[in-house]
Design a protein around this ligand. Sequence first.
Ligand code: SF4
Length: 506
Amino acid sequence: MRLILILGDQLSHDLSALRAARPDDIIVMAEVASEAGCVPHHPQKIAFLFAAMRKFAAELRAKGHTVAYATLDDPDNSQSIPGELLRRAADHGATLVIATEPGEWRLIAALSDLPIPVTQLPDDRFLASHAEFEAWADGRKELRMEWFYRDMRRKTGLLMEGDQPAGGQWNFDHDNRKPARADLLRARPPRFEPDAVTAQVLDLVEARFPDNFGRLRPFTYATDRAGALQVLDHFIAHSLDEFGPYQDAMLQDDPFLHHSILSPYINAGLLSPLEVCQAAADAHAAGKVRLNSAEGFIRQIIGWREYMRGIYFLEGPDYTARNVLGHDRALPPVYWGAPTRMNCMAQAVGQTRDHAYAHHIQRLMVTGNFALLAGIDPHQVHEWYLAVYIDAYEWVEAPNVIGMSQFADGGVVGSKPYVSSGNYIHKMSDYCGGCAYKVADKTGPRACPFNLLYWDFLVRHRERFERNPRIGRAFATWDRMDADRRDRIRADAAAFLTRLEAGEVV
Ligand code: SF4
């Protein structure tokens, strides 16, 4: 007798472990406290995964599989994945577990340490295998996403004309940096009323995770493949065309803009990355979507998404502990919704609380930028992102946070730290107009904290970044300022950080 393990982010009918299943195998699925509580996940994230797991289990049963499913409140639930495998193995006399490799080192090790044999099959829902990424990385001085992405374009044939990229360019990012205006008619992602299964899960999550950061209701995410396909179709028909130019824009009261909100479904396995990209490429081929939008969207998936996974597995289990900049300040309460005078932070954290979602620029250039400038411990930053976002799993979150956002890996992912003064946020959003701080003020009581901390960060890390071709020139600007001004900036930055550490409203 054999057990087939299906984890919460492996809800794909063509999963390698399911392809290996025989009719008499027992499929094991479990809602366990050790996973739901490894960081304080957003209640909507827990609800989304539990509801999607229950519906996926029902689909498997309808196909004729035997599923041993443990709900979180099942009194026999051992509340860990290894515990559930051992319990089911004892129940059914199983001698072998077949799994698809988990997306987290911790779980891979837990499966390897089980006292019964476990076969961990490759997760071939990704385009690049571990061996393929390792071969790509081998001997390169720098692991830049752009080069990897071009290989993935060639491999998939997406937006290719023969061996050349459609439109004669691989990347149209220079067309994709426009600020957006409020537009009440802009399409919003479809909303799904909770059905009976989801409603039951919502009650369970409400009872079991009352103190986790984030609003549970209204809960409007889809929780099965049919719903996820509706979100995909809606995005392609209504939002993709304008996704490209406005993908970096941020607007108060418009948390989604033209973003697809497909990452929760792709990362849980309800949609395949290739079918999503093919839909975007087809829409472009049909003349419904501009090339820079289709290309920018596809790059996020076959470029960034695959590249991040490659980095996670290439760099090894210690990756989340890296901290080359030696940052050790505690994550301040503003990340958990405490009041702040910084409107950009209030907006990014507020919509995270409401939707378990913020788009990539809010994550990178508002909450990530602030954490990096303020010298927050990157491991705490990593755990925050892993907890609060509905699409966050360690394989994708850690390289984005430890690497790209916090530069804690010393430049494996990013060739420069993603830091900016308030000016970038002002250019790309409408946040600054409603802020207690003034983005134009570089010093003084109302100076935008990003302006103060930007220089303070660079000066603190001058030795590391002075010779960086992408950021080194900023030091010449700093050196040209008169000494009084430089002293004022540093004193104001120090005073701000003291208030932040003291827990004052900043
Ligand atoms: Fe953020 Fe500074 Fe703009 Fe305020 S002024 S919203 S703190 S960037």
